[in-house]
Design a protein. Structure first.
Length: 311
Protein backbone atom coordinates (compact mmCIF):
# COMPACT_ATOMS: atom_id res chain seq x y z
CA UNK A 1 0.00 0.00 0.00
CA UNK A 2 1.52 3.28 -1.08
CA UNK A 3 0.55 6.91 -0.77
CA UNK A 4 0.38 10.17 -2.66
CA UNK A 5 3.09 12.77 -2.06
CA UNK A 6 2.10 16.17 -3.46
CA UNK A 7 -0.23 14.36 -5.81
CA UNK A 8 2.37 11.86 -7.04
CA UNK A 9 1.98 8.15 -6.27
CA UNK A 10 4.73 6.45 -4.24
CA UNK A 11 4.87 2.72 -3.56
CA UNK A 12 5.79 3.05 0.10
CA UNK A 13 4.69 0.86 3.03
CA UNK A 14 4.20 2.14 6.57
CA UNK A 15 7.48 3.09 8.21
CA UNK A 16 7.55 1.71 11.74
CA UNK A 17 11.21 2.52 12.40
CA UNK A 18 10.39 5.75 14.24
CA UNK A 19 7.57 4.21 16.28
CA UNK A 20 9.50 1.31 17.82
CA UNK A 21 7.81 -1.17 15.52
CA UNK A 22 4.30 0.09 16.23
CA UNK A 23 1.77 0.58 13.45
CA UNK A 24 0.40 4.14 13.51
CA UNK A 25 -2.66 4.85 11.38
CA UNK A 26 -2.90 8.15 9.52
CA UNK A 27 -5.81 10.43 10.39
CA UNK A 28 -8.35 11.02 7.64
CA UNK A 29 -7.89 14.30 5.78
CA UNK A 30 -11.28 15.03 4.19
CA UNK A 31 -13.77 15.89 6.91
CA UNK A 32 -16.65 17.89 5.41
CA UNK A 33 -20.24 17.03 6.37
CA UNK A 34 -23.45 16.32 4.54
CA UNK A 35 -26.26 17.99 6.48
CA UNK A 36 -30.00 17.52 6.60
CA UNK A 37 -30.75 21.22 7.07
CA UNK A 38 -28.42 22.49 4.34
CA UNK A 39 -26.14 24.25 6.81
CA UNK A 40 -23.04 22.97 4.98
CA UNK A 41 -22.05 23.22 1.31
CA UNK A 42 -23.18 19.60 1.03
CA UNK A 43 -26.94 19.31 1.64
CA UNK A 44 -28.57 15.88 1.70
CA UNK A 45 -30.05 15.14 -1.72
CA UNK A 46 -31.08 11.89 -3.35
CA UNK A 47 -28.68 10.80 -6.07
CA UNK A 48 -26.07 13.45 -5.35
CA UNK A 49 -23.50 11.37 -3.45
CA UNK A 50 -21.41 8.35 -4.39
CA UNK A 51 -19.63 5.95 -2.06
CA UNK A 52 -16.30 4.34 -2.94
CA UNK A 53 -15.71 1.19 -0.91
CA UNK A 54 -14.01 -2.21 -0.83
CA UNK A 55 -15.79 -5.41 0.13
CA UNK A 56 -12.67 -6.38 2.06
CA UNK A 57 -12.21 -3.25 4.17
CA UNK A 58 -13.79 -3.22 7.65
CA UNK A 59 -13.86 0.59 7.73
CA UNK A 60 -15.75 0.67 4.43
CA UNK A 61 -17.96 -2.18 5.64
CA UNK A 62 -19.43 -0.08 8.44
CA UNK A 63 -20.58 2.50 5.88
CA UNK A 64 -22.23 -0.23 3.79
CA UNK A 65 -24.01 -1.51 6.90
CA UNK A 66 -25.49 1.86 7.85
CA UNK A 67 -26.27 2.64 4.20
CA UNK A 68 -28.32 -0.56 4.10
CA UNK A 69 -29.99 -0.08 7.48
CA UNK A 70 -31.07 3.45 6.62
CA UNK A 71 -32.46 2.53 3.21
CA UNK A 72 -29.88 4.54 1.30
CA UNK A 73 -28.85 1.96 -1.29
CA UNK A 74 -30.90 3.72 -3.99
CA UNK A 75 -30.15 7.20 -2.59
CA UNK A 76 -26.35 6.92 -2.48
CA UNK A 77 -24.72 4.99 -5.33
CA UNK A 78 -21.50 3.03 -4.89
CA UNK A 79 -18.39 1.74 -6.64
CA UNK A 80 -16.26 -1.10 -5.29
CA UNK A 81 -12.52 -1.36 -5.78
CA UNK A 82 -11.13 -4.83 -6.38
CA UNK A 83 -9.71 -6.94 -3.55
CA UNK A 84 -6.04 -6.67 -4.52
CA UNK A 85 -4.12 -3.74 -3.06
CA UNK A 86 -0.67 -3.99 -4.62
CA UNK A 87 2.06 -1.57 -5.73
CA UNK A 88 -0.46 1.00 -6.98
CA UNK A 89 -2.88 0.68 -4.09
CA UNK A 90 -6.60 0.02 -4.43
CA UNK A 91 -7.53 -0.54 -8.06
CA UNK A 92 -10.57 -0.86 -10.28
CA UNK A 93 -11.02 -3.59 -12.87
CA UNK A 94 -13.61 -4.99 -15.28
CA UNK A 95 -15.73 -6.45 -12.47
CA UNK A 96 -15.05 -3.53 -10.10
CA UNK A 97 -15.42 -0.42 -12.28
CA UNK A 98 -15.30 3.22 -11.27
CA UNK A 99 -18.83 4.16 -12.30
CA UNK A 100 -18.22 7.91 -12.26
CA UNK A 101 -14.91 8.53 -14.02
CA UNK A 102 -13.54 5.22 -15.25
CA UNK A 103 -10.40 5.58 -13.16
CA UNK A 104 -8.08 2.58 -12.98
CA UNK A 105 -6.65 3.42 -9.55
CA UNK A 106 -8.26 4.94 -6.48
CA UNK A 107 -5.37 7.37 -6.04
CA UNK A 108 -6.51 9.05 -9.28
CA UNK A 109 -9.74 10.02 -7.54
CA UNK A 110 -7.85 11.57 -4.61
CA UNK A 111 -5.58 13.47 -6.98
CA UNK A 112 -8.63 14.68 -8.88
CA UNK A 113 -10.10 16.13 -5.67
CA UNK A 114 -6.80 17.53 -4.36
CA UNK A 115 -3.93 17.67 -6.89
CA UNK A 116 -1.38 18.36 -4.13
CA UNK A 117 -2.70 15.73 -1.72
CA UNK A 118 -0.16 14.00 0.51
CA UNK A 119 -1.27 10.93 2.43
CA UNK A 120 -2.67 7.42 2.27
CA UNK A 121 -5.37 6.56 -0.26
CA UNK A 122 -8.09 4.75 1.66
CA UNK A 123 -11.69 3.66 1.50
CA UNK A 124 -14.40 4.60 2.23
CA UNK A 125 -14.73 7.78 0.21
CA UNK A 126 -17.91 9.86 0.05
CA UNK A 127 -17.94 11.82 -3.22
CA UNK A 128 -20.18 14.72 -4.26
CA UNK A 129 -21.23 14.23 -7.88
CA UNK A 130 -22.54 17.79 -8.17
CA UNK A 131 -19.33 19.64 -7.30
CA UNK A 132 -17.01 16.74 -8.24
CA UNK A 133 -15.13 16.69 -4.98
CA UNK A 134 -14.31 14.39 -2.11
CA UNK A 135 -16.52 15.19 0.87
CA UNK A 136 -15.27 12.82 3.55
CA UNK A 137 -13.03 9.78 3.95
CA UNK A 138 -13.55 9.14 7.67
CA UNK A 139 -15.87 6.16 8.16
CA UNK A 140 -16.95 7.16 11.67
CA UNK A 141 -18.26 10.47 10.34
CA UNK A 142 -19.82 9.01 7.21
CA UNK A 143 -21.96 6.58 9.21
CA UNK A 144 -23.27 9.43 11.38
CA UNK A 145 -24.24 11.36 8.27
CA UNK A 146 -26.03 8.28 6.95
CA UNK A 147 -27.79 7.89 10.30
CA UNK A 148 -29.35 11.35 10.33
CA UNK A 149 -28.82 13.50 7.22
CA UNK A 150 -30.94 11.52 4.75
CA UNK A 151 -33.90 10.55 6.97
CA UNK A 152 -36.40 12.58 4.91
CA UNK A 153 -35.37 10.85 1.67
CA UNK A 154 -35.38 7.13 2.44
CA UNK A 155 -37.45 4.24 3.82
CA UNK A 156 -35.04 2.60 6.27
CA UNK A 157 -34.85 -1.04 7.25
CA UNK A 158 -34.09 0.20 10.76
CA UNK A 159 -35.59 3.59 11.62
CA UNK A 160 -34.05 3.75 15.10
CA UNK A 161 -31.46 6.40 15.84
CA UNK A 162 -28.08 4.63 16.00
CA UNK A 163 -26.62 7.48 18.05
CA UNK A 164 -29.40 8.65 20.41
CA UNK A 165 -28.66 11.70 22.53
CA UNK A 166 -29.24 10.00 25.89
CA UNK A 167 -26.71 7.25 25.10
CA UNK A 168 -24.02 9.26 23.33
CA UNK A 169 -21.58 9.50 26.23
CA UNK A 170 -21.68 5.74 26.76
CA UNK A 171 -21.49 5.01 23.02
CA UNK A 172 -18.51 7.36 22.63
CA UNK A 173 -16.68 5.70 25.52
CA UNK A 174 -17.11 2.18 24.20
CA UNK A 175 -16.38 3.30 20.62
CA UNK A 176 -13.03 4.58 21.83
CA UNK A 177 -12.11 1.23 23.34
CA UNK A 178 -13.38 -0.70 20.31
CA UNK A 179 -11.43 1.46 17.88
CA UNK A 180 -8.12 1.55 19.75
CA UNK A 181 -7.91 -2.04 20.91
CA UNK A 182 -10.10 -4.10 18.55
CA UNK A 183 -10.84 -2.42 15.18
CA UNK A 184 -7.34 -0.96 14.95
CA UNK A 185 -5.90 -3.41 17.47
CA UNK A 186 -5.85 -6.28 14.97
CA UNK A 187 -3.87 -4.08 12.57
CA UNK A 188 -1.51 -3.01 15.34
CA UNK A 189 -0.80 -6.70 15.95
CA UNK A 190 -0.58 -7.69 12.30
CA UNK A 191 1.63 -4.82 11.16
CA UNK A 192 3.88 -4.71 14.23
CA UNK A 193 7.56 -5.11 13.39
CA UNK A 194 8.93 -5.70 16.89
CA UNK A 195 8.00 -8.28 19.48
CA UNK A 196 7.23 -5.58 22.05
CA UNK A 197 4.83 -3.76 19.75
CA UNK A 198 3.08 -7.03 18.86
CA UNK A 199 2.83 -8.17 22.49
CA UNK A 200 1.30 -4.83 23.53
CA UNK A 201 -1.30 -4.90 20.77
CA UNK A 202 -2.33 -8.52 21.28
CA UNK A 203 -2.61 -8.11 25.06
CA UNK A 204 -4.90 -5.09 24.67
CA UNK A 205 -6.93 -6.81 21.96
CA UNK A 206 -7.77 -9.88 23.99
CA UNK A 207 -8.28 -7.90 27.18
CA UNK A 208 -10.96 -5.95 25.33
CA UNK A 209 -12.50 -9.05 23.76
CA UNK A 210 -12.68 -10.60 27.23
CA UNK A 211 -14.42 -7.45 28.49
CA UNK A 212 -16.89 -7.50 25.58
CA UNK A 213 -17.63 -11.15 26.29
CA UNK A 214 -18.40 -10.38 29.93
CA UNK A 215 -20.56 -7.42 28.94
CA UNK A 216 -22.57 -9.39 26.37
CA UNK A 217 -23.06 -12.33 28.69
CA UNK A 218 -25.61 -10.18 30.51
CA UNK A 219 -27.17 -8.13 27.72
CA UNK A 220 -28.01 -8.44 24.03
CA UNK A 221 -26.32 -5.25 22.79
CA UNK A 222 -23.37 -3.14 23.85
CA UNK A 223 -25.34 -0.04 24.85
CA UNK A 224 -29.08 0.15 25.53
CA UNK A 225 -31.86 -2.13 24.42
CA UNK A 226 -31.23 -2.14 20.68
CA UNK A 227 -28.22 -2.11 18.32
CA UNK A 228 -26.48 1.24 18.18
CA UNK A 229 -23.55 2.67 16.30
CA UNK A 230 -21.20 0.89 18.73
CA UNK A 231 -22.47 -2.55 17.68
CA UNK A 232 -22.19 -1.82 13.98
CA UNK A 233 -18.66 -0.47 14.42
CA UNK A 234 -17.59 -3.66 16.18
CA UNK A 235 -19.24 -6.15 13.81
CA UNK A 236 -16.90 -5.81 10.77
CA UNK A 237 -13.89 -6.79 12.87
CA UNK A 238 -15.71 -9.73 14.43
CA UNK A 239 -16.83 -11.06 11.04
CA UNK A 240 -13.22 -11.09 9.84
CA UNK A 241 -11.65 -12.40 13.03
CA UNK A 242 -11.54 -16.18 12.66
CA UNK A 243 -11.30 -16.12 8.86
CA UNK A 244 -8.44 -13.59 8.66
CA UNK A 245 -7.09 -11.91 11.77
CA UNK A 246 -6.64 -15.02 13.91
CA UNK A 247 -4.07 -16.39 11.46
CA UNK A 248 -2.94 -13.60 9.15
CA UNK A 249 -2.47 -10.93 11.84
CA UNK A 250 -1.30 -13.43 14.48
CA UNK A 251 -4.27 -12.69 16.77
CA UNK A 252 -4.03 -16.31 17.78
CA UNK A 253 -4.61 -16.45 21.54
CA UNK A 254 -8.28 -17.33 21.04
CA UNK A 255 -10.79 -17.55 18.19
CA UNK A 256 -14.00 -15.55 18.17
CA UNK A 257 -15.85 -18.87 18.37
CA UNK A 258 -14.16 -19.47 21.73
CA UNK A 259 -16.26 -16.60 23.12
CA UNK A 260 -19.85 -17.93 23.44
CA UNK A 261 -21.53 -14.57 24.03
CA UNK A 262 -19.53 -12.70 21.36
CA UNK A 263 -20.09 -15.45 18.80
CA UNK A 264 -23.84 -15.49 19.42
CA UNK A 265 -23.88 -11.67 19.29
CA UNK A 266 -22.02 -11.67 15.97
CA UNK A 267 -24.58 -14.01 14.45
CA UNK A 268 -27.51 -11.96 15.85
CA UNK A 269 -26.19 -8.85 14.13
CA UNK A 270 -25.28 -10.62 10.90
CA UNK A 271 -28.75 -12.16 10.64
CA UNK A 272 -30.60 -8.85 10.88
CA UNK A 273 -32.27 -7.79 7.59
CA UNK A 274 -29.91 -6.37 4.99
CA UNK A 275 -26.64 -7.11 6.78
CA UNK A 276 -25.50 -10.34 5.07
CA UNK A 277 -25.59 -8.52 1.72
CA UNK A 278 -22.96 -6.05 2.96
CA UNK A 279 -20.28 -8.71 3.48
CA UNK A 280 -18.23 -10.67 0.95
CA UNK A 281 -16.02 -13.26 2.64
CA UNK A 282 -14.32 -14.37 -0.59
CA UNK A 283 -13.06 -10.89 -1.49
CA UNK A 284 -12.17 -10.19 2.13
CA UNK A 285 -9.89 -13.19 2.39
CA UNK A 286 -8.43 -12.59 -1.06
CA UNK A 287 -7.50 -9.03 -0.11
CA UNK A 288 -5.70 -9.76 3.13
CA UNK A 289 -3.80 -12.89 2.16
CA UNK A 290 -2.91 -11.67 -1.34
CA UNK A 291 -2.17 -7.98 -0.73
CA UNK A 292 0.11 -8.01 2.31
CA UNK A 293 3.36 -9.25 0.80
CA UNK A 294 5.35 -8.37 3.92
CA UNK A 295 3.21 -10.83 5.92
CA UNK A 296 2.45 -13.47 3.27
CA UNK A 297 5.17 -13.14 0.61
CA UNK A 298 4.07 -16.16 -1.43
CA UNK A 299 0.44 -15.00 -1.48
CA UNK A 300 -0.88 -18.44 -0.64
CA UNK A 301 -4.52 -18.14 0.43
CA UNK A 302 -5.26 -20.68 3.18
CA UNK A 303 -8.41 -22.75 3.38
CA UNK A 304 -11.18 -20.89 5.18
CA UNK A 305 -12.32 -22.15 8.58
CA UNK A 306 -15.62 -23.99 8.58
CA UNK A 307 -18.28 -21.96 10.37
CA UNK A 308 -21.81 -20.82 9.69
CA UNK A 309 -22.96 -17.27 10.43
CA UNK A 310 -26.56 -17.96 9.40
CA UNK A 311 -27.36 -20.76 11.82
Amino acid sequence: MGLLVNGEWKDRWYDTAESSGRFVRQDSRFRSKVTRDGSSPFPAEAGRYHLYVAWACPWAHRTLIVRALKGLTDIISASFVGPDMLSEGWQFDDTHPDHLFGHERLYQLYAQAAPDYTGRVTVPVLWDKQTNTLVNNESAEIIRMFNTAFTDLAAPLDDTDLYPAHLRAEIDAINDVIYRTINNGVYRAGFATTQTAYDEAVAELFESLDAMEARLAGQAWLVGGQPTEADWRLLPTLLRFDAVYHHHFKCSLRRLRDYPALWAYTKRLYQRPGIAETFNMTETRRHYFYSHESINPHRVIPIAPDFDLSG
